[in-house]
Ligand binder design. Structure first.
Ligand code: EZ4
Ligand code: CO
Length: 402
């Protein structure tokens, strides 16, 4: 079998998505997500201008070889643009392999290790009362785990707290909007939010919180310690993670579990974090970390060191990525938790998929391959709209990290 064509499709059904579709001479097709929030067109060009011409005539069954060819052959290794592009090819080839075999991809990965993929939803609110109402809705829908984000008194807006509920989208303007951040106000307020959630929902609902890289290690240690009475499942992205050994300091100060890695794109970004057991959950996901082939390698390293998976699953990861993630989640031995921010109806219509939510779990598609496709005619009705993630500043105007 040979690859005869590959197309990069950019569409904006309520947000931008980049999708690769590969065709073969035997009629099998495969899809891969290549969306990089706020930098979509860079990946589109990388694929269209540099990758697609090398795919034509290639044997689609050679997944590992194609991965190595694209990773090593480019000379310039790693980085989110490169790795999202490689990921898209990898997903599409796994999709094709599954269709050829007549099996869902999770069967090719060793079959089920569990009955369902436990997911968490996002309960966001401007006030704690709003947050409590949102948590109630998720509990009602059957969720077993909920991420808690609240507006902070004295701050006009807070990243992670959106107006939309089930599908919050932080990329809101062509030129980045700007927000003001105060670590002091944040650190003194957050424990009171969790106190109210535990008072109302009891000890058994799994709770999470995302710090979005905004603290220093010692501040993160203080936050983790102050949240210990509320026994979170995880505290996410407490500090920027370029400095992997920085996590040692957080570890010395708190037993609150740590999750990190939604911005990681290779195993080299988390090798030390995993090998020194400085984290509990690795949040790398299929689209940004080199596809099923590379992410499985990360999860295998994690399994050796008692680290479990906790893949990113916000709305900017398309239903194609979510489909691929679920095949990995259901099959690996060290699955932890999967983020699941639902997509809008328009997005779901452009990407018909076979996975479904029931009773707090997502279940991967049972169709051969990934069990997801792109409706190209519908996609063409939603042209690209420039949208960037916002920039964060301290009260004195200093640019601060997410
Ligand atoms: O900021 O997906 O855990 N989820 C998150 C998300 C990310 C966006 C970035 O594109 O942190 O809201
Ligand atoms: Co996050």
């Amino acid at each position: 079998m040979r690859i005869t064509a590959a197309r990069v499709i950019v569409t904006c059904p309520d947000r931008n998505f980049v999708t690769l579709k590969i065709e073969t001479d035997e009629g099998f097709t495969g899809v891969g997500d290549a969306t990089l929030n706020g930098r979509e067109l860079a990946v589109e060009s990388y694929l269209r201008d540099h990758v697609v011409p090398t795919l034509i005539g290639r044997d689609p069954s050679r997944i590992e070889d194609t991965w190595q060819y694209l990773y090593k052959g480019a000379y310039w290794r790693r980085g989110p643009v490169t790795m999202s592009a490689i990921s898209a090819v990898d997903q599409a080839l796994w999709d094709i392999k599954g269709k050829v075999a007549g099996l869902p991809v999770y069967q090719l990965l060793g079959g089920r290790s569990r009955d369902g993929v436990t997911v968490y939803g996002h309960a966001n609110g401007e006030t704690v009362d709003d947050v409590l109402a949102e948590v109630g809705k998720y509990v009602e829908m059957g969720y077993r785990a909920v991420r808690i984000q609240s507006g902070i008194p004295g701050l006009a807006t807070t990243y992670g707290v959106g107006k939309d509920k089930l599908f919050y989208e932080p990329a809101d303007a062509a030129i980045p909007s700007e927000a003001v951040w105060s670590t002091g106000r944040y650190l003194s307020f957050v424990p009171s939010v969790f106190q109210r959630v535990r008072d109302e929902f009891g000890p058994h609902l799994r709770l999470l919180h995302d710090v979005h890289h905004r603290l220093t290690p010692i501040e993160a240690g203080r936050l983790g310690k102050s949240l210990e009475p509320f026994h979170l499942t995880w505290m996410e992205d407490p500090v920027p993670a370029e400095l992997q050994e920085g996590f040692r300091l957080i570890r010395q100060h708190t037993t609150t579990p740590i999750a990190v890695g939604e911005v990681f794109n290779t195993i080299w970004d988390c090798q030390q974090l995993i090998q020194e057991q400085l984290i509990d959950y690795i949040r790398a996901t299929v689209v940004h970390a080199g596809g099923i082939t590379h992410l499985r390698r990360i999860f295998d390293l994690a399994a050796l060191h008692h680290v479990r998976s906790g893949s990113h699953g916000a709305t900017d990861l398309s239903p194609v990525c979510m489909s691929a993630a679920l095949h990995l989640d259901i099959s690996i031995p060290n699955f932890g938790l999967q983020e699941y921010m639902r997509h809008t109806e328009a997005t779901d219509a452009v990407f018909p998929h076979g996975y479904h939510f029931a009773d707090g779990y997502l279940h991967p598609a049972e169709q051969p391959g990934l069990g997801v496709d792109i409706d190209e005619e519908l996609a063409a009705q939603y042209p690209y709209r420039p949208a960037s993630l916002p920039v964060n500043r301290l009260e004195d105007g200093t640019v601060h990290s997410w």
